[in-house]
Design a protein around this ligand. Structure first.
Ligand SMILES: Cc1cc2nc3c(=O)[nH]c(=O)nc-3n(C[C@H](O)[C@H](O)[C@H](O)COP(=O)(O)OP(=O)(O)OC[C@H]3O[C@@H](n4cnc5c(N)ncnc54)[C@H](O)[C@@H]3O)c2cc1C
Ligand SMILES: NC(=O)c1ccc[n+]([C@@H]2O[C@H](COP(=O)([O-])OP(=O)(O)OC[C@H]3O[C@@H](n4cnc5c(N)ncnc54)[C@H](O)[C@@H]3O)[C@@H](O)[C@H]2O)c1
Length: 452
């Protein structure tokens, strides 16, 4: 016995949830299979709760900065309202009924359970078989992974899925991994009074960003009281019931909590991808520019390896939906992928770093400027005005191929630079624009002057 439908969506991260709804709106019969929570990582364990936490830590930092500048303040951080907002308002205590109801109202049948491809166009969930005449859309996302450190695997460490449920800020915390997750959460908890040590194996934090961003974040973290250990090789890990210990060649580090933020693995194992000739042990599912992984199989989101961001999952959803519906539309392009690390200052970036542009053999020109040197940065005052703008130009074509906007509202300032990189606006044209005074984004004009 099997149920025939048009499309089966396996995994409902932000893109899968969006795609299931859009396909149903278009009149298709859709089954959406989800093994945990409809909505995926972002609303329950990632973007939304961590950005609520960052909003809390930003408020603490700004309240402290007000002292002597605008108010006499004595700030006593309180984690309780932050934890309550995450639990009560953002995640409904990690239940997804509102997501399920929204999809159901649009005509999607939501099936809770683990989906597995059992033949081309066939998905089985707990013994129930669905035949998808148009195809299968994969949006299974990623899971946190722990590095192969002796003793680590069995310890009760936190990942992002645990720390978003924290009801108190621990007295001390080791953060294994200084990428985006580690950096954001280290600063949040440090500002709520946790003694934080980041242990990063690479020689800098945020190693995928410009080195200037790493240096900036490391300077600000030092001022936050965060200890940063880079080029650090952890040899073993242990837990004695009250404290975690990470052993390094030059000594041990100990803390009440351990957050493992050392990367993610795609949820591809045991999905039955062999029925489409796709390797389930690969780092990503190869897709074409309409998100087709094979005849009758589409994949979107983190598993495509095009950038692990909610905006990527949603962007790809729209393109995959058009492809499934047989509609024309622009193919996916990835030359202007934006990314924002929500530390304070925010590190916004788009496209290529200077090093990546050089590796591609481009004739590169760069222009930089410090936010503190801009009128708005000076008005804003220090501390709190740290940041810079960096432009990476393909000098032969006279267009930006990458940019960084780090500073207060860096993610918002980035918007103008995403437009420039996406639309390949000539830098000569950018120079003729009028930049409002005194804004943070006006610093782009100074960086363009430096570029010239
Ligand atoms: C701490 C943290 C903070 C982040 N902050 C941001 C941010 O600020 N901005 C941003 O853009 N991105 C952020 N991200 C990244 C963002 O969470 C992901 O890129 C986003 O969730 C998109 O993922 P996805 O669509 O691939 O699927 P996911 O959100 O990973 O969801 C996949 C879903 O598929 C389900 N699933 C898996 N296998 C099966 C199966 N076999 N059967 C049924 N269901 C299955 C899973 O249970 C899950 O619900 C953050 C990530 C982390 C970890
Ligand atoms: N604001 C955002 O948009 C946002 C926020 C968080 C996460 N994300 C997404 O989630 C993805 C995953 O983030 P992440 O921070 O978990 O992964 P990541 O890959 O960005 O960073 C992991 C870090 O852990 C380090 N590491 C690995 N093994 C280690 C070891 N044994 N010892 C010490 N350090 C070790 C790596 O060198 C790296 O710096 C990101 O790539 C990003 O796309 C986005």
């Amino acid at each position: 016995m099997s149920t025939s439908v048009d499309v089966v969506v396996i995994g409902t991260g932000p893109g899968g949830e969006d795609a299931a709804g859009r396909l149903a709106d278009a009149g298709l019969s859709v089954v959406a299979v989800e093994s945990r929570l409809v909505g995926g990582e972002c609303p329950f364990f990632a973007c939304v709760p961590t950005k609520i936490m960052a909003r809390g830590s930003d408020l603490v930092a700004e309240a402290r900065r007000a002292d002597g500048r605008a108010a006499a303040t004595a700030v006593t951080p309180d984690w309780a309202p932050v934890a309550a907002r995450v639990a009560d308002e953002a995640t409904a205590h990690w239940t997804d009924q509102s997501h399920v109801d929204r999809l159901t109202a649009r005509g999607v049948r939501v099936v809770k359970g683990r989906g597995r491809i059992t033949a081309p166009g066939e998905v089985t969930v707990d013994g129930e078989v669905f035949r998808a005449s148009r195809g299968v859309l994969l949006n299974t996302g990623t899971s946190p992974t722990a590095p192969p450190v002796e003793g680590l695997a069995d310890l009760p460490y936190w990942t992002n899925r645990d720390i978003v449920k924290a009801t108190t800020a621990p007295a001390s915390m080791l953060v294994l991994g200084g990428g985006v997750v580690g950096a954001e959460l280290a600063q949040i908890f440090a500002r709520f009074g946790t003694h934080v040590t980041i242990v990063e194996v690479a020689d800098r934090l945020l190693a995928l960003d410009e080195p200037e961003s790493s240096a900036l974040v490391e300077r600000v973290f030092a001022a936050d009281g965060i200890t940063v250990r880079t080029s650090a090789k952890v040899t073993s890990a242990s837990y004695d019931g009250t404290a975690f210990t990470l052993s390094l060649p030059d000594g041990d580090l100990t803390a009440e909590r351990l957050l493992v933020a050392a990367g993610r693995r795609p949820n591809l194992r045991d999905l039955g991808l062999e029925h489409y000739g796709v390797d389930e042990t690969a780092r990503a599912v190869p897709v074409d520019d309409h998100l087709r992984a094979a005849d009758g199989l589409w994949a979107i989101g983190d598993i495509t390896g095009k950038g692990a961001f909610t905006h990527m999952s949603m962007y790809q959803s729209a393109i995959a939906v058009r492809s499934i519906l047989g509609e024309d539309g622009p193919p996916a392009t990835y030359h202007a992928v934006p990314r924002v690390t929500f530390t304070d200052p925010e590190i916004g970036a788009v496209g290529l770093t200077e090093a990546q542009a050089r590796e591609q053999g481009l004739r590169v020109r760069v222009g930089t400027t410090r936010i503190a040197d801009s009128t708005r940065g000076w008005i804003h005052g220090s501390p709190g005005n740290e940041g810079y703008i960096k432009l990476v130009e393909d000098a032969d074509r006279g267009v930006l191929v990458g940019a960084t906007a780090a500073g207060p509202y860096g993610g918002e300032v980035l918007g103008a630079l995403v437009t420039a990189v996406h639309a390949r606006v000539p830098t000569d044209t950018l120079r003729t624009m009028i930049y409002a005074y005194p804004t943070f984004h006006r610093a782009i004009e100074s960086a363009l002057a430096d570029l010239a």
